[in-house]
Design a binder for this molecule. Structure first.
Ligand code: SAH
Ligand code: SF4
Length: 418
């Protein structure tokens, strides 16, 4: 039985909500998600002398991202009056955590609630943590829902509600670290402090809900903060962005983010890929693979991962394996075979294990590493492609009515639509 802590009923939820609520009405600026320049600017606006602002921004950066502090009063190298000013103007409040589930295999899944920001009502997002013997991977969402409709993917059945902001993308990593006791000054289960180099979240993958390249600027901002050496300090080699094949974003990912790239290929001919990964109609296989060949920084030491979901009787024949090897010729690549994870209402079956192994052996024998991804967290619907939240975007008319009501009640202008 999966262990589910429904935070609706727990003391923890009360604690988290109390914190969240206490900071809602005061309109403080949340510092999480601001880059260094923005941080400096808001400090100057708050009255910190320009000469000091860079140094103060650096100090804050370390407290916020390296130590994961939520409390200005504990920032010991900042003078007391200044801490008071920070407290008054800014917050480091975490989002509302609605539910936390733990799988039999140690996988953890969190459901977050973020403010509407133009979607009409608050949105909910899932994040998954997968511990393994040599690493801990956090699977982060970039959008609520998805505009694309890959036929085997649960998220694809949820219309796009809205893009996540950089703050919301980062919060998934920060709260995961909070919950796992993974900031260096946190006491882990009574064992003292987490030693450096012994982190629980060692890798992040943009493989949760949504298509990250349709939310490029926010994803880029969040990943650059996540990889900053004086903060969350994840190496860019341990950050992987997965795309269904939004070709114009691929070059930008390499040149502006510099992280590892994964491509959701899933088919070896355009006819089938058009059907199961419909963005293929816009950017067909050849165009996609050309972009991969030109991916900035690609080399044998920095290979592109090609994800290939194993769908019984659809794309799992040895003929497909042969085609796959042909297609990838000349691209430094590894192939990640993903056993299809079923979800309520899905039309596919996972390939037989025997067939997956034959497929993997063939690809391997032809020179490509082809690990089979072990399904994790299936019992809590946390495996690849199983994520989906209940959030729906309100219709324009409904949003306008709601905003007009808020404006009347609060005396402020209506929230602008995005
Ligand atoms: N939108 C991006 C990232 C999120 S999906 C993308 O498509 O790449 C992360 C991975 O899970 C993708 O490779 C996706 O194709 C795969 N996936 C989706 N549904 C799945 C399912 N039901 N079983 C196994 N893998 C799935
Ligand atoms: Fe969207 Fe990726 Fe799912 Fe396709 S596989 S519907 S792009 S989240």
């Amino acid at each position: 039985m999966p262990l589910s802590i429904d935070l609706k009923d727990s003391a923890l939820r009360a604690e988290l909500s109390a914190k969240a609520q206490s900071c809602v009405p005061d309109n403080k600026i949340n510092l999480i998600g601001l880059d260094r320049d923005e941080l400096k600017s808001v400090l100057i606006e708050a009255g910190i002398p320009e000469k000091q602002a860079r140094m103060r921004a650096s100090q804050l950066w370390q407290w916020i991202y390296w130590y994961g502090h939520q409390d200005f009063s504990a920032m010991s190298n900042i003078a007391k009056p200044l801490r008071g000013l920070l407290e008054e103007k800014f917050s480091l409040t975490r989002p509302e955590l609605i539910e936390e589930q733990s799988s039999e295999d140690g996988t953890r899944k969190w459901l977050f609630r973020f403010p509407p920001r133009g979607a009409g009502k608050p949105v909910e997002v899932e994040t998954v943590y997968i511990p393994e013997s040599d690493r801990g991977t956090l699977c982060i969402s970039s959008q609520v829902g998805c505009t694309l409709t890959c036929t085997f993917c649960h998220t694809g059945t949820q219309k796009l509600v809205r893009n996540l902001t950089a703050e919301e993308i980062l919060m998934q990593l920060i709260v995961a670290r909070d919950r796992l006791g993974d900031f260096p000054d946190k006491d882990v289960e009574g064992k003292g402090f987490v030693p450096e180099g012994d982190r629980k979240v060692t890798n992040i993958v943009m493989m949760g809900m949504g298509e990250p390249l349709y939310n490029f600027e926010n994803v880029k901002k969040a990943l650059l903060i996540a990889s900053d050496n004086e903060g969350l300090s994840l190496s860019k080699r341990r950050i992987t962005l997965s795309t269904s094949g939004v070709v114009p974003g691929i070059e930008l990912t390499g040149s502006e983010i510099g992280c590892m790239l994964a491509i959701s290929l899933h088919a070896t001919n355009d006819e089938l890929r058009d059907e199961i990964v419909p963005i293929n109609k816009k950017y067909p296989i050849k165009t996609l693979l050309d972009a991969c060949r030109n991916y900035p920084g690609v080399s044998n030491a920095k290979r592109i991962t090609f994800e290939y979901v194993m769908l019984k009787g659809v794309n799992d024949s040895l003929h497909d394996a042969k085609q796959l090897v042909q297609l990838l010729k000349g691209i430094p690549a590894k192939i990640n075979l993903i056993p299809f994870n079923p979800w309520p209402g899905s039309d596919y079956e996972c390939s037989d294990w025997d067939q997956i192994e034959k497929f993997a052996d063939f690809v391997n024998a032809n020179g490509y590493a082809s690990p089979i991804r072990k399904p994790r967290g299936r019992d809590i619907l946390a495996a690849c492609g199983q994520l989906k939240s209940e959030s729906e975007r309100l219709r324009k008319k409904e949003r306008d009515a709601l905003n007009a009501m808020h404006a009347m009640v609060s005396g402020h202008g209506a929230e602008s639509d995005t």
